[in-house]
Design a protein around this ligand. Structure first.
Ligand SMILES: Cc1cc2nc3c(=O)[nH]c(=O)nc-3n(C[C@H](O)[C@H](O)[C@H](O)COP(=O)(O)O)c2cc1C
Length: 329
């Protein structure tokens, strides 16, 4: 069945299809794509789809809301790039908490160069789990990424070099705790190591190399053991840029804004020619998240830990069709 996608507000039907494709190309934990969209003549509504939650890794649905925030930023930018101003109402009804935002493509307004640049980065952004080049990210780009987070009312903490061993130890501690939990590993196996043709989950072709003992930053095996063994010497970069996206509060609204900030950072990185991946173990295990909170200070709630650097191209991960995620009346 084809989704009857029609015009919404100032957007034509083709533009609506385009902005929804951009929204659904947002990142999500295990590519679970926990969102639904409902279009009317004047509004695109974004709903959390809790039937697609990842309950062991993300029992409180914090990362689910982050992913929806990322989809909302993509939607806003795509509407802006179409030369239309989106009026956005976040969490509009207290009694319908899964209705996360209503976006009204209300009136024409020329896009800014930043809108165009970030919207163009949406289809190019990918999670890159492969080793990056051993080239450090220059300080000028650190500032750009920080500004991207601040533009969405969040904060990007870039830990000092002497804090990194502690961060590495926290990542390892969280990773070990998760892998010792049979329910966690069953969930990880369910979502990863998929073959091409799967519209969700992570494909073997998008996984990184199998973990090896010399790796300084512990990364999850997303291939279910099927990735190629590493070519000798092709190790992970010695000094990735590690940053922690933090929010000033930790409720659903703060997490939704943090998701927008996370995505703006990822798109700004993509636009600057950088690649990125996640090290989420630390923020998924409550004890290590608490320690990370103390480490970054400032009263910030750590929401996402990102690894950024110069990577080689990786394939896109598939998405479910719009037929499965969009309804209209
Ligand atoms: C909140 C959140 C947490 C994530 N955590 C991890 C992670 O710990 N490790 C990882 O390799 N990818 C992680 N990802 C990336 C997703 O697996 C990825 O977005 C998804 O597979 C879709 O692929 P894409 O980002 O290339 O479009 C995370 C994504 C989100 C939004």
């Amino acid at each position: 069945m084809n989704t009857p996608i029609g015009a919404v507000g100032c957007l034509t039907a083709d533009q609506v299809r385009d902005v929804l494709l951009k929204a659904t190309s947002a990142p999500s934990l295990y590519n679970s794509q926990p969102w639904r969209f409902h279009c009317t003549d004047d509004t695109i509504a974004l709903h959390a789809d809790r039937s697609r939650a990842v309950p062991v890794a993300d029992p409180e649905h914090r990362e689910l809301v982050l992913a929806c925030g990322a989809a909302l930023l993509n939607l806003r930018l795509a509407v802006r790039a179409a030369g239309v101003q989106p009026d956005v109402n976040v969490l509009p009804h207290r009694c319908t908490p899964d209705l996360l935002a209503m976006v009204r493509p209300a009136r024409r307004r020329p896009a800014t160069p930043t809108d165009v640049e970030l919207a163009a980065a949406i289809p190019r952004r990918r999670t890159n789990r492969k080793p990056f080049l051993p080239t450090a990210v220059p300080g000028s780009l650190h500032s750009q990424l920080r500004q991207a987070a601040e533009a969405e009312r969040a904060w990007l903490a870039i830990p000092e070099r002497e804090q990194l061993p502690k961060l590495q130890a926290l990542a390892q501690q969280a990773h070990d705790a998760q892998l010792s939990d049979a329910e966690f590993t069953a969930e990880l196996r369910f979502w990863t190591g998929r073959n091409s043709g799967s519209p969700d989950g992570v494909l073997v072709s998008s996984s990184g190399p199998l973990p090896e003992p010399q790796d300084e930053w512990v990364l999850r095996d997303y291939s279910r053991g099927q990735a190629n063994t590493r070519v000798a010497g092709k190790d992970f970069e010695p000094e990735p840029l590690i940053c922690v996206l933090g929010s000033f509060q930790d409720g659903v609204s703060a997490q939704l804004h943090a998701g927008m900030a996370m995505q703006r950072v990822l798109l700004a990185a993509t636009a600057a020619g950088l690649s990125s991946s996640f090290i989420s173990q630390i923020v998924e295990v409550p004890t290590t998240r608490k320690e990370l909170r103390e480490l970054i200070g400032g009263g910030l709630w750590p929401q996402a830990v990102l690894r950024i650097g110069y990577g080689s191209p990786v394939p896109a991960t598939p998405r479910r069709s719009l037929d499965d995620v969009v309804a209209r009346n």
